[in-house]
Design a protein around this ligand. Sequence first.
Ligand SMILES: [Zn+2]
Length: 223
Amino acid sequence: MIHFIRELFFPEVCVVCNRPLSTGEKIICRKCLYDLPLTHYEFDNKNALARQLQVRTKLHKAIALMFYGKFLSSSKLIHALKYKGRKEIGPLLAQYLTEPLSKDPPDIIIPIPLHPEKRKLRGYNQTEGIAQTLANELGSSYHNEILIKTLHNPSQTKKKPLERDRNVQKVFDVKNKNLIRNKHILLVDDVITTGSTISHAANELYKHGAGKISVACLAFKKD
Ligand SMILES: [Zn+2]
């Protein structure tokens, strides 16, 4: 009832421009949807994201839906997805990645995990909805229990160089190793900036027998 009354007086607004949504619009208005800073990347190993990740890990293919930047509309979407409880943004945007990914569908889809404490605090991992949607649409298996975040908020700057390196290597752990052996795995994240986190995850999975690893994200901050 309270929800109904609130809807009556405060109609749902576009996450990007804050204007009330029209009938048929969900989360984002048509104009903002049309204006999204899309990368138009194919799912391949030649785009800028793939090239950036190949420096750090052995990558099969990569794709990003949008460019990410402080003044781009993508940052409002990601902020709402991460910090304002708007979990539904992940699945909505993930749909636009299905078509290019379907040309080389992965066996397994894994979301980049949050540390359990952080997940508890936020109430959800914003990346899981993206990965689940892709798995459903592509017919791949979804696994959020294979890759485990072991390190909570590494305070890199306070550590000595040697400690820092050791620190970085222990960010992720891999469980159920038999499931990933020789498989094509798609790692999913919401935003990729340096590519450091996702490369550590990929390297850890390779260490435990993964066949080939690809990457998909909603937004990518190009150098
Ligand atoms: Zn809008």
